[in-house]
Design a protein around this ligand. Structure first.
Ligand code: NAD
Ligand code: TDX
Length: 332
């Protein structure tokens, strides 16, 4: 197995994964990406060449998808509409890409008998109470809250059904919130870092008490590669690094790391239906596939992420005004 098709490889996690695969394996990589507002080819420009090619196209294009999957040994499927706030504003592209796009890919993978890995999110399980001692496991019931998470849940169920009904050679993973370089500035951590760099006060939704379980994107990449190489067909693996923090705690780490006073932010209108808490139990992945996270200090990971956005202004600067206009129109 040496040819890998990576969908969504110009996005945040996909581009980190492309770098990880080129740096750590001998795969020849084809990236398929539609370059939506969230895609940025410059994130992978430095590694395009002999071992990595870029195809500009849509995962809903069944002819293109069939041709590319016919030429590959394994598909790793990251492409998605990924932002909850956008899904509340306009759900349509989420249904198209997350559901119809995934359907298009698994149909081609079953025609060609191709190994398939589906990337998903812990949000398919809904949310937990702040004081719930439990965490999500592979057997937690599906209970998604938003148009984004419901379309990801739908895509997971399609993949599971294709495994059972058609013998699709697939694995699935559901990961917690990622941070690191190349993340679009609409998302929480890069929005706050680039706010400070732009002289805008950071914005915290609601009370700031909502909890997310943070993992560095490179740890996510290593886990996905491990599942592609050693995961059991038909199985789901939860990926998480024991990184639970409230949004207020995360913002305080960012403000501290950027030399800002701890009260230099605004509370803004909450997200409708805002999930309270996510928490992942990744025992199965750690035990069965012997994976461990490498980024164990969140403060150090955030410091490196602050440095990255500080040093790569041209990567994000052009998007800043339109992102902030979108948010301020909703009181956020
Ligand atoms: P992203 O929005 O940064 O990137 C998505 C990429 O997919 C972009 O490059 C975009 O151009 C591409 N794309 C979108 N629609 C497409 C289409 N129809 N055809 C081809 N390409 C298309 O997203 P991300 O944060 O990198 O998330 C990647 C995957 O990981 C998603 O499946 C997401 O559900 C999952 N995930 C994300 C997180 C997180 O914290 N960001 C956590 C767990 C799981
Ligand atoms: O400005 C903000 N202020 C704020 O308080 C933004 C943009 C967000 N938030 C809050 C909302 C969430 O509680 O921060 C938390 C994180 O928000 P997002 O970055 O939008 O992530 P989330 O909604 O948790 O979803 C992310 O993790 C799971 C990814 O975007 C999804 O693709 C992934 O599936």
């Amino acid at each position: 197995m040496n040819r890998m098709l990576i969908t969504g490889g110009a996005g945040f996690i996909g581009s980190n994964f492309v770098h990880h695969v080129i740096d750590n394996t001998e795969y020849h990589v084809t990236v398929l990406d539609a370059l939506t507002y969230a895609g940025n080819q410059s994130s992978i420009e430095s590694i395009l060449g002999d071992r990595a090619v870029f195809v500009h196209g849509n995962i809903c294009d069944s002819k293109l998808v069939d041709r590319l999957i016919a030429e590959t040994d394994v598909v790793v499927h990251f492409a998605a509409e990924s932002h909850n706030d956008n899904s509340l504003n306009d759900p349509r592209p989420f249904v198209d890409t997350n559901i119809v796009g995934t359907f298009t890919l698994i149909e081609a993978a079953r025609r060609h008998g191709t190994r398939f890995h589906h990337i998903s999110t812990d949000e398919v399980y809904g949310d937990l109470e702040l004081d719930d001692p439990g965490r999500f496991t592979e057997s937690s019931p599906y209970n998604p809250s938003s148009p984004y998470s419901s379309t990801k849940a739908g895509s997971d169920l399609l993949v599971r059904a294709w495994v059972r009904s058609f013998g699709l050679q697939a694995t699935l993973s559901n990961c917690s919130n990622n941070y690191g370089p190349f993340q679009h500035i609409e998302k929480f951590i890069p929005r706050q870092i680039t706010n400070v760099l732009s002289g805008i006060r950071p914005k915290l939704y609601g009370t700031g008490n909502n909890v997310r379980d943070w993992i560095h994107a490179d740890d996510h990449s290593a886990a996905v590669l491990r599942i592609v190489e050693r995961g059991a067909i038909g199985e789901t693996y939860l990926i998480g690094a024991d990184g639970e923090k409230s949004n207020l705690e995360v913002l305080q780490i960012i403000l501290d790391g950027m030399g800002q006073p701890s009260d230099s932010f605004d509370f803004v209108t909450d997200r409708p239906g805002h999930d309270l808490r996510y928490a992942i139990d990744s025992t199965k992945l750690r035990t069965d596939l012997e994976w461990q996270p490498r980024y164990t200090s969140f403060a150090e990971g955030i410091a490196a992420t602050i440095d990255w956005y500080t040093e790569h202004r041209t990567w994000w600067e052009n998007d800043k005004q339109s992102v902030e206009e979108f948010y301020s129109a909703q009181g956020q």
